[in-house]
Write a protein that binds this ligand. Structure first.
Ligand code: ADP
Ligand code: MG
Length: 447
């Protein structure tokens, strides 16, 4: 931790931990009647946030960033794990204790259009948290709101206006003033500039930075775009499907990204050059899988351009990716015999007229652009034979037997160092007993 701090900002009693997050899980819809599988929005996050630092949190939409931010300030109830502020696990608080604690932590939301109540004046909006907490006297509250207007760069006469009379950037300033009202230590900024024009983004980011150094604030700054967090963060955490997959000082995340997901995110940052834009199209293909049913092992493996083949086989990375994509489509049920039959029949034939040989040719055509040779080719061929014969389970087993990757058997974890990455390309700590057991379960369920 100390090294992290030395590499960047030297403000506010540095290095001291403000928030300690231990194996935090937030699931939605636990035990519902229709589908009892919960959405694992946050699935085992451990992190520390130092006093006075800005931790950037990035990842594609749906990765669980907002849920993590909301759980840290108890707008969402944790399913398990701890969030320790100054020695108190706030997931255990309730009633009056929780209400008192809430003053310490606030949130600024993404959308300045919908996050402010349009029937209240700006003054009322900013004053509301003070009223709720019965802060000092009404007179002092009004005075404090006027100061807050000034602090965020608004005018005293704005007190009596309504949110719709303001631009997006000004509305976000109102949201920030409201978040500051109770003089919190910690603020979750949930994509605070994503809805704003680029020119306005810079102004709001500058305001947030000024406020941080004046007031000694600690930020969790959420963004889906890495370029936004670059200038404001001390460290960056990269989140994928409920887990932190990489964490490090901001400069290192940009200059020396470790996780294939971080690399893909960096490459998908918009570029001016059109030839580069075309290359970027392929860097992060496909959608984030459902957090109800994340892939076994490494959650990113279904989209990863660097899946690790078993030691004893030789295969190029692009070919292995195709092998893994075929397995994924087979196992998920997306690939059906009828579907392939129709494809193979095309316009000329009826699906039922297509023979097995044509079906297999169609599969090769559809699924493999890369050359496969020797045993690799023979195994895929054997799998196709079984699939065409209607033996889907057999087709799956043949493939798993030869091609199963460490990436699907074991969920990689963050190493205990300044810039860890949860990826099997890097050394992994020896698995604990319980992890070994899970691995065995995954293996035996694949048989
Ligand atoms: P992000 O902020 O990274 O876009 P979210 O935390 O909003 O991600 O969402 C993570 C996952 O949890 C998504 O699959 C989303 O659909 C789901 N989710 C978010 N809020 C709820 C909710 N209130 N009820 C059920 N599922 C939710
Ligand atoms: Mg979000």
């Amino acid at each position: 931790m100390s090294e992290v701090q030395q590499s960047k900002s030297t403000s506010v009693s540095e290095g001291e931990t403000l928030v300690e997050i231990n194996d935090l899980k937030t699931y939605y819809g636990d035990g519902g009647l229709i589908d009892s599988t919960p959405v694992k929005a946050v699935d085992g996050v451990s992190l520390e946030i130092s006093r006075g630092e800005t931790l950037g949190l990035v990842g594609e939409s749906g990765c669980g960033k907002s849920t993590l931010g909301r759980t840290l300030i108890q707008l969402e109830e944790a399913t398990s794990g701890e969030v320790v502020f100054d020695g108190t696990d706030i997931t255990e608080l309730s009633g009056k204790d929780l209400k008192n604690w809430r003053r310490n932590s606030q949130m600024v939301f993404q959308d300045p259009e919908s996050s402010l109540n349009d029937r209240m004046t700006v003054g009322e909006i900013i004053r509301e948290p003070l009223d709720v907490h019965d802060w000092k006297t009404p007179r002092e509250r009004r005075q404090h709101v006027r100061e807050l207007l000034d602090v965020v760069g608004l005018q005293p006469e704005h007190y009596y206006r309504y949110p719709h009379q303001f631009s997006g950037g000004q509305r976000q300033r109102i949201g920030i003033a409201r978040a500051l009202a109770l003089e919190p230590e910690f603020i979750v900024l949930d994509e605070p500039v994503s809805a704003l024009d680029v020119s306005v983004q810079a102004q709001v980011l500058n305001l947030l930075q000024d406020l941080q150094s004046e007031l000694g604030l600690t930020y969790l700054f959420i963004a889906h775009d890495l370029s936004v967090v670059r200038h404001i963060s001390d460290r960056v955490a990269v989140m994928y499907l409920g887990e932190i997959v990489e964490l490090g000082p901001v400069d290192e995340i940009f200059s020396d990204p470790q996780h294939p997901y971080t690399k893909a995110l960096l490459e998908s940052v918009p570029r001016a050059d059109t030839s580069e834009q075309e290359r970027d199209v392929h860097t992060l293909s496909g959608d984030v899988p459902s957090p109800r049913n994340p892939p076994s092992g490494c959650h990113f493996r279904t989209r990863c351009p660097n899946v690790i083949p078993p030691d004893d086989i030789r295969i190029s990375q692009p070919a292995y990716r195709e092998v893994m994509d075929y397995r994924e489509r087979l196992e998920s049920g997306e690939l059906t015999l009828n579907g392939v039959r129709e494809l193979a029949a095309g316009a000329e034939k009826k699906p039922e007229e297509v023979d097995d040989e044509a079906l297999e040719a169609e599969l090769w055509d559809e699924l493999f652009e890369e050359e496969l040779a020797g045993e690799n080719r023979a195994t895929v061929s054997e799998s196709f034979d079984r699939f065409v014969a209607g033996d889907r389970d057999g087709a799956i087993a043949v493939m798993a037997d030869r091609f199963a990757s460490i990436c699907e058997r074991q969920n990689p974890v963050l190493q205990n160092r300044e810039h860890p990455a949860a990826c099997h390309l890097y050394d992994q700590p020896a698995p604990s007993k319980s992890e070994e057991e899970t691995e065995r379960e995954v293996e035996s369920s694949a048989d």
